[in-house]
Structures are given as structure tokens and as C-alpha cells.
Write a protein that binds this ligand. Structure first.
Ligand SMILES: NC(=O)C1=CN([C@@H]2O[C@H](COP(=O)(O)OP(=O)(O)OC[C@H]3O[C@@H](n4cnc5c(N)ncnc54)[C@H](OP(=O)(O)O)[C@@H]3O)[C@@H](O)[C@H]2O)C=CC1
Ligand SMILES: O=C(O)CCC(=O)C(=O)O
Length: 480
């Protein structure tokens, strides 16, 4: 057993202790309490927002070099501590240690990327339509941002929301997800160790009502949210009501098309990675495998063999290839959808059984379901677990129509050796991100991230796109 963390809020640069009625558990062994957690509410949010508001002038007017240095140092610390942070992340979230360390490194890289971006904020000089008048545009910090983060990337998502907010001179109140607050807190602590001034970054730990209090607070100028569609819709409505900026990243029902001309082994590896790694708990996971008739049976047989061979187990066991679901709810959602698919006529090719493991945990058997139709619930509703279904199609056009035929549009992939189909897919796939001969999940940290349709709302996150959401443009006219 490892020591239980006694978690605190972070308000105005200080750890604020409180009663700790909550717990985050280790999904690999639910007897282990990873952290005991406070249950914040309106009072803590009010204090955190007041601290962030008070810190805004100093931070937004500080030299960009100072902001850059803090983020760069924090990135270095995160990467130096990748083993310990990755271990904490895997204990709290359930992804394998390799995935936990990988995500930690990604968070470190994000911090360093935005350390650079802090120095690259720029505007434009334009000629006026009037003689002797000049125009400049500037990007300026906005104010206090509320960041509401999910459990499935407990360090990378807090990093990719907080780093651009801070780089461009804003201050922050963050609410980490209920199941994974200790990992987010570790990031907040490192940013303070790296020299962040008091009040610039605050974190309130607690359940959804903390998020709601942030959404409703009149001094929060912008909201960035990643999570479910239902909660996202409420965040957007709350923001619009009081004219705050808002950005949402929500679900996906991401298609992976496999055409007859694909290399079979490559297609199987891409589907395995996209559908099952990180226990399928990625908004970019491939959950619909749309397979052309000529390769269909060979693909299903080969993928089923690989899925059945996946070693499911304790996230920290080096032999484990797939960890547990993050929570009992997420585990039950997967099993519920497997039954829904069976009821709709889907054929469970492998998986679908409750796992009897040595340790009590939220384990799900990775499951492949064949012979499904595009209009079934299994192919339209997000599961967010290690469950993928296959749909047989006759040709590329039918595949594309089915790929585009859902309410989501985050990531979409194709495996093919045809340049013509690959290029056509890049143009016509209704998704924010397209992948040719790559898994739908697993994206770079320095380029825009986001989807179309119901998957996303507002400006893109990450990379050079982040400046749009985390700054506002001022247009200045001057005459000599
Ligand atoms: N796009 C993505 O990457 C993600 C998608 N999801 C989808 O959502 C499903 C459910 O996951 P779940 O964790 O319940 O997602 P939620 O949308 O409930 O949680 C996301 C974040 O919002 C917070 N929150 C909850 N209620 C409110 C509220 N009223 N106002 C403001 N913030 C709030 C949560 O806090 P708390 O955790 O304390 O409730 C958490 O920090 C998954 O099965 C998946 O389909 C989930 C996570 C990530
Ligand atoms: O696939 C990725 O790398 C990112 C996925 C993601 O952002 C998410 O699941 O929330």
C-alpha cells in the first residue's frame, strides 16, 4: 500500500486545508485510497476568484520573459519527475504506467511550448483607409479564466488549458475532476515551485458544484471545459448568459475506415491502439471500425486475436497492456453498452465478460463487437471504454457516409494505400482532426485540437490556436 495524500485547495498561493470527506481511489485496487479530498463550494470559489482577480494586473503587466521562465521551469520539473508523477497518475486514473509517464512528459512539453509562445505574442500594423492614420492590433490578456478539467488526462489537460492562459497573462481558477484531483494538484504545486506569483493560479477541489460556482461567478471572464456533452451544454449556457468567453471539448464517436487496399497488420495495429489503449477512455478513441467487404473477415479475425491477447491488469504492473476503467460508473457504462449491442443483434467476437481479478478493481474486458449496423445505439452513443464495433461496407463512399453520419465530429481515420481516397477523406470527413494510416487517438501538443458538430464549441485548443481563446484583440488608431 502507498501513502494516502491529504489534499488541499490552492488559493492565493497557499495550500488551504479543509475537512476531507471525499476520496480518490486506485481503480486497479479499490482498497487503496490515493487521496483524501476536500469538498469545496461557493465560499472557496469566491476566495479563489478574488485572488485571481487581484493578481491579474501584476501578472498581465509582467514581462513576458518572466511568464515564459516560470512555464519553462515548471516544464523541466514535470519532466524530471516523470516517474513519480506518472506513477501517481496511473494509481489515480488507471492508465498503464507507460501511458501515465507518457502523459506526464506531454504535460511537460506543453508547458515548455507555451513558455515559447509567451514571447511570440504579436499584432499587426495596417494602413488606414484615411490618410495620415495608422492602425495597430495588439493581443492582450482577458482576465480570470475558469478551467474545468476531466479525469481521463489528469495532468495533460490541466496543463494544456493552464499553460496558454498563464503564458498570455491571464489568471486562473481550476477545478480538477472528482476521480483525479491529486494528479492535477501535483501540477499546480510544481507551477508554484517554479515561481508563479501568489493568486495567479488557484485550484478548488470538490464535486460538480465547484464547477457550477466557477461558471456562475461574475468575475470569471472565460471558461474552458472538457468533459461530457450534458455538463458542457450547461457550462456554455451559463457563460453565454453573462457573456463570458467559452470553449468546450466534449465527446466523440470516432470512425476508423479500413479499405480493402489497406495493409492488414497495419490496420489491425492502428485499430488496436485507437480503440483500446488508455482503456478506450479518450475522446479521440476509435469506436466505430468501418470495414470494406474484401478485407472485413480477415480484419475482424486478426483484430479479435490481438484484443483477446491484451493483458488487462493493475496499471502499475509492467506486464499490463490495458489498465482498468477510472470508476465503477465508467466500468458499468461499458458493460451496459455491450448488452445494448447484443440486444441490437451485434455479435461479441471477443470480450464482453465480467473479469475476475486478483485485486478488487474496475476492470473491463476489452470487447470487439461485429455485425453491427450504422444506426444502432452502439454506433451513435459515446461509450468511453474499451469497446469497439465493426460495420461492414461495400465501398469507400458508403464508408464515408457512415463515418460522417453521427452527431459527433472530433477525429476520423482511414487506413488505405490509395492516395486518392486518403486525400478525398481529408477533405470530406466531417471532423476537426483527420488521420491517414494513423490511429484516431494520440495527437501532437503543438497544433490545434478540437472537433466539429457536437464534439466542440468555441475556439480551438492547443498549439498556435490557443492564443485566440486566451487573448483579446485591441485595435489602436493613431494620427501624427
Ligand atoms: N471529452 C473528453 O475528453 C471527456 C469526455 N467525457 C465524457 O463524459 C462522460 C462522463 O464523465 P464525467 O466525469 O461524469 O464527465 P463530466 O462532464 O461530469 O465531468 C467533467 C468535469 O466537469 C465537472 N462538472 C460536473 N458537473 C458540473 C457542473 N454542473 N458545472 C460545471 N462543472 C461540472 C466535473 O466535476 P466532477 O468530476 O467533480 O463531477 C469534471 O471536472 C464519459 O463517459 C465521457 O463520455 C468525460 C471525460 C472527458
Ligand atoms: O488522443 C489524444 O491524444 C487526446 C485525447 C483527449 O484529449 C481526450 O480524450 O480528452
Amino acid at each position: 500500500m502507498t501513502e494516502t495524500i491529504e489534499l488541499n485547495h490552492w488559493i492565493n498561493g497557499e495550500k488551504v486545508s479543509a475537512e476531507r470527506p471525499g476520496e480518490s481511489l486506485n481503480p486497479s485496487d479499490t482498497r487503496e485510497v490515493v487521496a483524501r479530498t476536500p469538498d469545496g463550494g461557493e465560499a472557496e470559489v469566491n476566495a479563489a476568484v478574488a485572488a485571481a482577480k487581484a493578481a491579474f494586473t501584476g501578472w498581465s503587466e509582467a514581462s513576458p520573459e518572466l511568464r515564459s521562465d516560470v512555464l519553462d521551469r515548471a516544464g523541466t520539473l514535470v519532466m524530471e519527475r516523470r516517474e513519480a508523477l506518472g506513477r501517481l497518475l496511473s494509481r489515480e486514473e488507471g492508465k498503464t504506467l507507460a501511458e501515465g509517464i507518457g502523459e506526464t512528459v506531454r504535460a511537460g512539453r506543453v508547458l515548455k511550448y507555451f513558455a515559447g509562445e509567451a514571447l511570440r505574442v504579436h499584432g499587426q500594423n495596417l494602413a488606414s483607409v484615411r490618410p495620415d492614420v495608422e492602425i495597430q492590433t495588439y493581443r492582450q490578456a482577458v482576465g480570470v479564466y475558469g478551467l474545468i478539467t476531466p479525469w481521463n488526462f489528469p495532468i495533460a489537460i490541466p496543463a494544456w488549458k493552464a499553460a496558454p492562459a498563464l503564458a498570455f497573462g491571464n489568471t486562473v481558477v481550476m477545478k480538477p475532476a472528482g476521480p483525479t484531483p491529486a494528479t492535477a494538484e501535483a501540477l499546480v504545486a510544481i507551477l508554484h515551485e517554479a515561481g508563479l506569483p501568489k493568486g495567479v493560479l488557484n485550484m478548488v477541489v470538490g464535486r460538480g458544484r465547484v464547477g457550477q460556482a466557477i461558471v456562475d461567478h461574475p468575475d470569471v471572464d472565460g471558461l474552458s471545459f472538457t468533459g461530457s456533452q450534458g455538463v458542457g451544454a450547461g457550462v456554455a449556457a451559463g457563460a453565454v448568459k453573462r457573456q463570458a468567453r467559452v470553449q468546450l471539448e466534449m465527446g466523440g464517436k470516432n470512425p476508423l475506415i479500413v479499405l480493402d487496399d489497406a495493409d492488414l497488420d497495419r490496420a489491425v495495429q492502428i485499430a488496436l491502439d485507437g480503440s483500446f489503449f488508455a482503456t478506450g477512455q479518450r475522446c479521440t478513441a476509435s469506436s466505430r471500425l468501418i470495414v470494406q467487404g474484401g478485407i472485413h473477415d480477415r480484419f475482424v479475425a486478426a483484430l479479435a486475436e490481438r484484443v483477446a491477447a491484451l493483458r488487462v491488469g493493475d496499471a502499475l504492473d509492467p506486464q499490463t497492456q490495458m489498465g482498468p476503467a477510472v470508476s465503477e460508473d465508467q466500468m458499468e457504462t461499458s458493460y451496459r453498452y455491450i448488452e445494448v449491442a447484443r440486444g441490437e443483434g451485434g455479435r461479441v467476437v471477443t470480450g464482453g465478460q465480467r473479469l475476475q481479478m486478483e485485486k478488487p478493481g474496475w476492470y473491463v474486458q476489452p470487447t470487439l463487437i461485429a455485425d453491427t449496423e450504422a444506426d444502432m445505439r452502439i454506433n451513435n452513443e459515446e461509450i468511453f471504454g474499451p469497446v469497439a464495433s465493426t460495420i461492414r461496407v461495400k465501398d469507400y463512399e458508403e464508408a464515408l457516409e457512415i463515418a460522417n453520419g453521427v452527431e459527433f465530429g472530433l477525429s476520423a481515420g482511414i487506413v488505405t494505400s490509395s492516395l486518392k481516397h486518403a486525400r478525398d477523406f481529408q477533405r470530406r470527413a466531417k471532423a476537426g482532426m483527420t488521420m491517414v494510416n494513423l490511429p484516431t487517438a494520440g495527437v501532437d501538443y503543438h497544433v490545434p485540437f478540437g472537433g466539429s458538430k457536437s464534439s466542440s464549441y468555441g475556439a480551438r485548443e492547443q498549439g498556435f490556436a490557443a492564443v485566440e481563446f486566451f487573448t483579446q484583440t485591441k485595435t489602436s488608431y493613431s494620427a501624427g
